[in-house]
Design a protein around this ligand. Structure first.
Ligand code: ADP
Ligand code: MG
Length: 341
């Protein structure tokens, strides 16, 4: 790895596919040594933006700098980047070691190639499997080989496109922690595409939220979760209920302007024990989830989701109170709530 980590500067980048603005005037800084996630629903432009940074697409407008150098006109292999693809893009009949060596410059001396292959396989705990054909490996092991292959070129920047989506839930959680630990240990700059809000919250120094090609919010996981700027961010990151009008004013206990809405997270909405206060509601459905239960209720014609203790019995006359809520810019009133994928 290089000694000095390289930052990424994406400046007013636009990519069109016919009339589709896949990436629409996006500017984003990825500070050296940090991991920034691109988070958004399917079709929001995450992959396209990542491919623009990797050099697999050329923008119609804007520029991309890495370590202060304009890379916009450069081909992928001329950029200091390496990508871990969703599909891994491995050669099944080749051995682990051959796959890792594949992306290396043919002019590298043989000893140096071997050193890089060994070192990167060791970094992902795959050193002993170098001779195996890739087809004989589990999904989790293939994911590690793809990561080792990216590391072997000793890039300044790692690009990830939903690298965990082919793994089962338990392995996903374990592997994302390993990717984060490795990224921090190497101090390497990373841009990480995901549609999974929990993954973005768990991994990132900063999250960049995309919506139909546009960057709509950037911030630390803590800041975006606690203080979402818009209804879109509140509902995508944490699944908040978005409420408007008189119901919102009663739940939030404060007046709202026309362009504002109230975001209330399912865990912040609770049955009121004092029967004189709170907003009357009807229970529509209950789901037991082990550690908690999810209630779907209706208040004032609006469906709301609650997360409550699993053993809580619904009262005869249900009334709701919001323990906490955030006033957000209502950018959803014309559009349906986004859902992952
Ligand atoms: P995401 O990765 O967030 O799911 P993409 O970047 O793949 O989103 O896609 C963004 C938009 O661009 C979508 O509307 C998609 O249909 C369109 N798109 C992506 N790649 C192509 C392509 N090669 N040709 C035409 N349209 C594309
Ligand atoms: Mg994608």
């Amino acid at each position: 790895m290089r000694d000095t980590a390289a930052g990424i500067e994406i400046d007013a980048v636009t990519k069109l596919y016919g009339s589709v603005r896949a990436v629409d005037g996006v500017s984003l800084s990825v500070p050296p040594g940090s991991l920034v996630s691109l988070l958004g629903p399917s079709g929001s432009g995450k992959t396209t933006l990542l491919r623009l940074v990797g050099g697999f697409e050329t923008p119609e407008a804007g520029s991309i700098h890495i370590a202060g150098r304009d890379v916009t006109p450069l081909a992928p292999q001329k950029r200091p980047t390496a990508t871990v693809f969703q599909s891994y893009a491995l050669f099944p009949s080749m051995s682990v070691g051959e796959n890792v060596a594949y992306g290396l410059d043919a002019k590298l001396p043989k000893a140096e190639r071997q050193r890089r292959v060994q070192e990167s396989l060791a970094r992902v705990d795959m050193a002993v499997l170098g001779e195996r054909p890739v087809a004989a490996l589990s999904g989790g092991q293939q994911q590690r080989v793809a990561l080792a292959r990216a590391l072997a070129v000793e890039p300044d920047v790692l690009l990830f496109d939903e690298p965990l989506s082919n793994l089962d839930a338990e392995l996903r959680v374990q592997t994302r922690a390993e990717i984060r630990a490795l990224q921090q240990r190497l101090g390497i700059t990373a841009l990480y595409v995901t549609h999974d809000q929990e993954e973005a919250l768990a991994l990132s120094d900063q999250i960049a939220v995309l919506r139909t090609g546009q960057l709509v919010a950037t911030g630390t996981p803590e800041a975006l979760y606690a203080q979402p700027p818009t209804a879109y961010v509140a509902s995508f990151l944490g699944g908040a209920n978005v409420v408007r009008g008189p119901l919102a004013e009663r739940l939030g206990g404060r007046p709202l302007a026309d362009e504002q809405a109230l975001a209330v997270r399912p865990e912040d909405l609770a049955p009121e024990t004092d029967s004189a206060s709170g907003v009357p509601a009807t229970l529509l459905a209950r789901q037991y989830l082990g550690r908690e239960a999810e209630w779907v209720v209706e208040a004032d014609g609006v469906r709301l989701v609650l997360r409550v203790a699993p053993d809580l019995a619904p009262p005869e006359a249900l009334r709701l109170a919001a323990r906490r809520s955030t006033v957000v810019l209502d950018d959803l009133s014309q559009n349906p709530t986004p859902s992952p994928e």
